[in-house]
Ligand binder design. Structure first.
Ligand code: ADP
Ligand code: MG
Length: 343
């Protein structure tokens, strides 16, 4: 049994101190971190991007199958993914938490272990936050700050007609991971003695519980001096994100089903649930891959050293947004995101 120290024993300031005492600043732009009324950041001639996400227990995560350490890690990753989607490099985060007395100090420390593991891996400084009690449920709010060379940030609205539509990594697995965990939870609720059976599902479950942000893709762009014309991260499912790029760039697109990257592990999992893996990629969510467009003339800059797949191309807006299936038929893309699949 894990040791349990009541939060009251430490008090708010004691808890904050315990959570933040080992911070070592990594970025030159972090002038002042945790410990004062505000942090101080010097952008060093660059522009700053800022993004924030709210994670609520019961809405965004379920503690019955989410280890706190993974949750801490993921809370950081989902924000870093947004910074990378701007073509920027994340440098600082703030983490604010609302905690009920259900948690002891050790549980909060476990959450922070995940937070710090992500900060370490992505070279980001934790520079502040806020701590409060919550009457019901665990509340997490993370803000990430990043740096980008002046006017080099990448927006959603910059795609041009004939640009290639590209995606990093593979899609659909996180949603299948969720289906497995939800199924096991249901079985557990009905028969608590039954051990969870996640045999063979490590990949899809890992994609949900321990996502990574595509720092490598941004480094690759730099190395190749490849500048995407538009970019977005995939949090709600491929079709919803494609529609954002099309709408904001005022274009249409053609997407080829056979090109959508889906791992064998995800296909097998989809098979077990008797659902279409393509639907998981299009409408699942939480893949945290990057979706972007590049000029056709930049095609040669892509190479096999990095997982980037061309899945379609941009067209005149009058042509609409379509998916060409493996069988060759043409369907309009609909924005049926993550939410639509769950509610
Ligand atoms: P204030 O009264 O101004 O809100 P706090 O006592 O809440 O100040 O915070 C003191 C310092 O600790 C600040 O630098 C704040 O950013 C930091 N901090 C508070 N809570 C957290 C947390 N959960 N994680 C990281 N830093 C925190
Ligand atoms: Mg405070």
């Amino acid at each position: 049994m894990m040791e349990r120290t009541e939060i009251n024993e430490l008090g708010e300031f004691g808890l904050i101190d315990r959570l933040t005492k080992n911070i070592e600043i990594k970025n030159a732009s972090t002038v002042l971190g945790v410990g004062d009324d505000a942090a101080v950041i010097d952008p060093l001639g660059k522009q700053i991007v800022i993004t924030t996400d709210l994670l609520l227990e019961g809405v965004h995560f379920d503690l019955t199958y989410t280890p706190l350490k993974h949750l801490g890690y993921k809370s950081i990753i989902v924000n870093l993914s947004d910074v990378y989607a701007m073509g920027a490099t994340p440098t600082q985060v703030t983490v604010s938490i609302g905690i009920s007395n259900r948690f002891g100090v050790e549980a909060i420390e476990e959450f922070y272990e995940g937070v710090y593991a992500a900060c370490e891996k992505y070279d980001v400084d934790l520079v502040g936050g806020d701590t409060s009690s919550s009457q019901k449920g665990f509340v997490i709010s993370v803000t990430a700050i990043g740096e980008v060379l002046a006017d080099k940030f990448i927006q959603r609205n910059g795609a041009n007609k004939s640009d290639l539509l590209c995606v990093s990594g593979d899609l659909g697995a996180a949603y299948l991971g969720l289906l497995f965990l939800e199924r096991e939870k249901k079985i557990f609720m009905e028969a608590p003695k039954v051990q969870p059976n996640l045999e063979g599902e490590a990949y899809v479950v890992g994609r949900l519980l321990k996502p990574e942000a595509r720092k490598d893709i941004i480094s690759f762009f730099e190395k190749q001096t490849l500048v995407p014309t538009s970019m977005i991260d995939i949090s709600d499912g491929l079709s919803s994100e494609i529609l954002h790029l099309c709408k904001q760039s005022n274009l249409g697109c053609v997407l080829y089903e056979e090109k959508i990257p889906i791992k064998e592990e995800a296909k097998n999992a989809a098979f077990k649930f008797e659902i279409d893996p393509t639907a998981c990629a299009l409408s699942g969510g939480e893949d945290y891959e990057l979706l972007f467009t590049i000029a056709q003339s930049d095609y040669e800059k892509l190479d096999s050293s990095i997982p980037i797949t061309v899945i379609g191309y941009m067209t005149e807006p009058e042509l609409g947004t379509h998916l060409i299936t493996k069988g060759g038929s043409k369907h309009p893309l609909i924005a049926q995101g993550w939410n639509a699949m769950n509610k």
